[in-house]
Ligand binder design. Structure first.
Ligand SMILES: Nc1ncnc2c1ncn2[C@@H]1O[C@H](COP(=O)(O)OP(=O)(O)OP(=O)(O)O)[C@@H](O)[C@H]1O
Ligand SMILES: [Mg+2]
Length: 341
């Protein structure tokens, strides 16, 4: 992959994660490579179960005991994340440099403590700050995410889902990290609340200059928020490019399928086409393109080996043996009959 910038904030090469299960090894993430630049929003999109949360848990070394991660490179500002001593990683990187808004943010607050005390404790664990200083910081952060500082005195159950999500974002901002990972920050919230949170995320990014990895299965959200996008399927990045490039010049049949399922002004009124079939189980070794069984354009080569990732233009990477036929795929993908056959 072209090194767009000599010093990306985060640089990941050939990351893999395997979970040992009673049914055999689950290849949840396979051969994933990407960079996150300073002050950018890097979006990761894909259907449920494609490995998005596993990927970030591997980066944050938060995998459960049955999960094993390997990578050729996983560097944050020059620190090899996976090779650091556990204690140094937890003290120097986790929360301080890379923080996370977890997928189950709803459950992330302890119900018996006031929300403000939990934010204050997180600040005092990592920083030399008096309680008054930490409280002042917590008030500032609540203001940033659009919560009344008076709400610091509330208990988690007194918050709505959207408020808890915003409080979690405040917590993730509390130590001025260089990178904030948000795993489905708006899933399950109503559209108005979603829109408000997305607006806050945009403001935070403009004001604080942190980079963000934004994970969602909602392609509309990712398109609106991200500078660059990686599309995942079956544990692999099928295509990645700048947002404009990905939408104007998509190459992978899976990207074309996702685009079809995403309503836009130009498609309003026309019938949405979704991709028939279901995602792979990921059990056992990867021996073919994971999308081949659902791909309308598959041929023998797709089933014979897992395609390598090819950089077709600077920063635009596609994992499809037939990427050279993409112009034809793009036109055929618009027909419903293409996806039904
Ligand atoms: N602890 C685990 N043990 C075994 N398999 C697991 C474990 N956690 C996740 N998996 C499997 O790994 C794959 C990827 O799961 P992951 O949760 O990373 O997907 P995801 O893209 O985050 O999905 P969602 O959009 O539903 O959050 C799935 O097949 C899942 O069943
Ligand atoms: Mg997930």
């Amino acid at each position: 992959m072209t090194e767009i910038n000599k010093d990306p904030l985060l640089s990941v090469r050939n990351l893999g994660v395997v979970y040992e299960t009673s049914q055999g090894p689950v290849h949840a993430v396979t051969d994933v490579s990407f960079d996150v630049q300073e002050n950018e929003v890097f979006g990761i999109a894909g259907e449920s179960g494609c490995g998005k949360s596993t990927l970030i848990k591997a980066l944050l070394r938060l995998l459960p005991d049955n999960g094993v991660a390997t990578a050729d490179r996983c560097d944050y500002r020059g620190s090899a994340l996976m090779k650091m001593e556990g204690e140094a990683f937890r003290k120097e990187i986790l929360w301080q440099e890379i923080s996370m808004v977890p997928q189950s943010a709803m459950a992330s607050f302890n119900p018996v403590y006031r929300v403000g005390d939990q934010v204050v404790e997180s600040i005092q664990t990592h920083r030399k700050a008096s309680r008054a200083e930490a409280l002042e910081r917590a008030s500032e952060l609540f203001d940033v995410v659009g919560l009344e500082p008076g709400l610091l005195k509330s208990y988690p159950h007194e918050f709505s889902g959207g408020m808890r999500q915003r409080a979690m974002i405040a917590m993730a901002l509390s130590l001025d990290p260089g990178l904030i990972i948000m795993d489905e920050p708006t899933t399950g919230l109503d559209v108005l609340v979603q829109e408000r949170i997305l607006r806050r995320i945009r403001e935070i990014r403009a004001e604080l200059k942190s980079s963000i990895i934004l994970i969602t299965h909602d392609i509309a959200v990712i398109a609106e928020m991200s500078d660059r996008i990686a599309i995942m399927y079956g544990g692999e990045i099928m295509e990645q490019a700048s947002t404009i490039e990905l939408f104007e010049n998509p190459h992978h049949p899976y990207t074309l399928g996702l685009k079809n399922a995403f309503p836009s002004i130009t498609t309003m009124g026309t019938e949405l086409i979704s991709i028939p079939g279901s995602p792979p189980t990921l059990i056992g070794p990867v021996q073919s393109c994971p999308f081949a069984p659902r791909c309308p354009f598959d041929d023998a080569a797709c089933h014979a080996a897992n395609p390598a990732a090819t950089e077709i233009a600077a920063g635009h990477v596609v994992r499809c043996v037939n990427y050279e036929n993409s112009a034809q795929f793009r036109s055929l993908a618009k027909e419903k009959s293409t996806w039904l056959s």
